[in-house]
Write a protein that binds this ligand. Structure first.
Ligand code: OXD
Ligand code: MN
Length: 601
């Protein structure tokens, strides 16, 4: 097997901070005995360690140095072309029974899976360094914070984890010495980056993740999709909180009144853009701040939902990011950023489709080949990514580190739908809102391998991320609502509806502020709405469209409910619920029947 991750040998004082928790030491010893690395590198998250790892990664071509004047302290990584996105078909939930994993997950029997994975890991780190990465998800003083350890043979993973999590000594301190303390065990090995030997396996009962054969972020930064969502959602149900695929943003009015909103959109549907929105000129004095762009952990306090962002950085899709579409993201990635699979210009800068300005006359594409504007191939992979610390974001919310989190006034669901689904509407109540989330759908994107542009049901944007039976997950949502005396209002949005000419009807990006403003008005009980069979809809004059170049016809089309399209939609809801084989709670079946009935009224 070709060694894709040769060992490195740090000087004294680097890589030698061993934890004191015996349970961690025992586990590292066990994995070391199995994988047989040349040495063990204990990460402490220090600057010195980071500099050493970057220097070694440059020597081994794991990183390419960018022009340090143009993008200071930033680097480019090229992944294996066979390894550029999450792979859902090799992602498994390994619960004792198939029922616990449910109808939407790939299931694999735990004992057999451990044995298969241990077989693959046997000697897998020979000639390599085994890194032990301690990390915390969530503000360190939050009751929701979780400690994880990721063992990996990838330097790229270590460097990314340092951006994406609170990594190093802070986690060792938080864990302490109690050998019974809760912490997540994550093992990752690149093996030989072979798609046939690629598995991302979750053992919720053991709080354990094993990922092999990939180097792509979503498969290997085990803190993110694997812990914060799949294992997180399992723990959340058991412990009475919520782990959701949601951004969290703050909206502050010119008078200083502030609300927080959480929003679930499927991968690559604009969560990062929405979380960093800059209001158009018409909304002078309004401020949007970012708490998180991908994951929300929420718990009930005083009858309300409070949310924290478990992450410490953003792992965003690069193509399409520009000063026009997302100035805050552009400012965030101007420095201290790890780029993956974007193009490299001749002057050492990064480039991608959709970046401001003209394309370069020549560049090296994401595969390392010469590229010119005449090339048929894209210069940057459609799922190329940035990893950047959240502190780079000029719009970072001041309460992002607050352990108790921020109170959520509204939850928004949304997907990429060319037709049927109006720009925005509001659920009649919490359970109706759960139904909206449970039946949401979106056209697939490049964030996962497979067809792009196919409409698929993606409940709460959690289809690839719910770590247990989706029926129990729906029930958990309904239960949470029963414990909220002051629940967030629930909305559905669709920025992607198209007109008869096939063009988007809504400008999106900063103009989404107009929809957000209506959401906030509704939370403050001062927004108008009309009752429709699917929920409360704004009438055109309930939306503040001043200064927006949009015609009446488009607004009517955006807000329209086409009865024929909705008959088809509701039939698809039924097909989807039926496909889940009887796990859908009665309350949600009833919500569907009521919606059908409202269309007949
Ligand atoms: C992501 C995803 O990377 O959802 O956030 O795929
Ligand atoms: Mn995501």
């Amino acid at each position: 097997m070709k060694n894709v991750a040769p060992a490195i040998f740090p000087p004294n004082g680097i890589g030698d901070t061993t934890p004191t928790n015996q349970a961690v030491l025992d586990w590292v010893y066990e994995i070391g005995k199995l994988t047989k690395p040349d040495n063990i590198f204990w990460c402490d998250g220090s600057e010195r360690e980071n500099e050493f790892l970057i220097a070694e990664s440059l020597k081994q071509n794991v990183l390419i140095e960018l022009n340090q004047k143009k993008v200071p302290r930033s680097y480019l990584h090229r992944s294996n072309p066979n390894d550029v996105a999450r792979v859902e078909k090799v992602t498994f939930i390994c619960t004792p029974t198939k029922e616990e994993a449910g109808p939407t997950n790939n299931w694999s029997e735990p004992a057999e899976t451990y044995s298969k994975l241990y077989g693959l890991l046997d000697g897998a780190m020979r000639g390599r360094t085994m890194f032990v990465v301690p990390y915390i998800m969530g503000p360190p003083d939050s009751p929701l914070a979780k400690v994880g350890f990721e063992i990996t043979d990838s330097k790229y993973v270590v460097l990314s984890m340092r951006i994406m999590t609170r990594m190093g000594k802070v986690a060792l301190d938080r864990l302490g010495n109690d050998p019974k303390a809760e912490w997540n065990r994550g093992v990752h090995s690149l093996l030989d980056v072979d798609p046939d030997r690629r598995f991302i396996c979750h053992f919720p009962q053991d709080n354990t993740i094993i990922s092999v054969g990939s180097g792509y972020g979503g498969n290997v930064l085990l803190s993110k999709k694997c812990l914060a969502l799949r294992i997180g959602s399992y723990l959340a149900r058991k412990q009475g909180w919520m782990a959701e695929h949601m951004l969290i943003l703050g909206v502050e009015s010119p008078e200083g009144k502030k609300h927080y909103v959480a929003a679930a959109f499927p991968s690559a549907c604009g969560k990062t853009n929405f979380a960093m929105l800059i209001p158009p000129a018409h909304f002078k004095g309004w401020k949007i701040t970012t708490v998180g762009d991908d994951i929300a952990w929420m718990e009930i306090r005083d009858g309300r939902l409070f949310a924290v962002n478990p992450e410490n950085g953003y792992f965003g899709v690069v193509p399409g990011t520009s000063y026009k579409s997302n100035p805050n993201a552009m400012k965030s990635i101007e420095h201290d950023t790890l780029y993956t699979n974007v193009a490299l210009t001749d002057d050492g800068d990064v480039w991608w489709e959709g970046k401001d300005g003209p394309p370069p006359k020549h560049a090296i594409d994401w595969r390392g080949n010469d590229w010119t504007p005449d090339s048929k191939e894209k210069a940057a992979h459609p799922n190329s990514r940035f990893a950047t610390p959240m502190r780079n974001n000029p719009a970072l919310d001041r309460d992002v580190e607050k352990g108790e989190g921020v109170p959520i006034s509204a939850i928004i669901f949304g997907g990429r739908r060319s037709d049927t689904v109006p720009l925005v509407y509001e659920a009649f109540d919490w359970t109706h809102g759960v139904y909206l989330g449970a039946t949401m759908a979106s056209e697939t994107t490049a964030a996962a391998t497979g067809a792009v542009g196919k409409v698929r049901r993606d409940p709460m944007a959690m289809l690839p991320f719910c770590g247990y039976n989706i029926g129990d997950y729906f029930r958990h949502w309904i239960d949470i609502g029963e414990h909220l005396s002051n629940p967030p209002l629930i909305f559905n949005v669709n920025w992607f509806r198209k007109g008869a000419d096939g063009k988007f009807l809504w400008p999106g990006f900063g103009e989404n502020m107009r929809v957000l403003k209506w959401v906030i008005d509704r939370c403050q009980q001062n927004g108008g709405a009309v009752k429709s069979p699917v929920g409360w809809l704004p009438s055109p004059h309930d939306l503040d469209l001043d200064g927006l170049d949009i015609d009446h016809r488009s607004v009517a089309d955006l807000l329209g409910i086409d009865h024929e399209e909705w008959q088809k939609e509701l039939a698809e809801h039924k097909t989807f619920f039926d496909s889940l084989g009887g796990v859908v709670p009665e309350q949600l079946q009833k919500q569907r029947e009521r919606t059908v009935a409202r269309f007949k009224e």
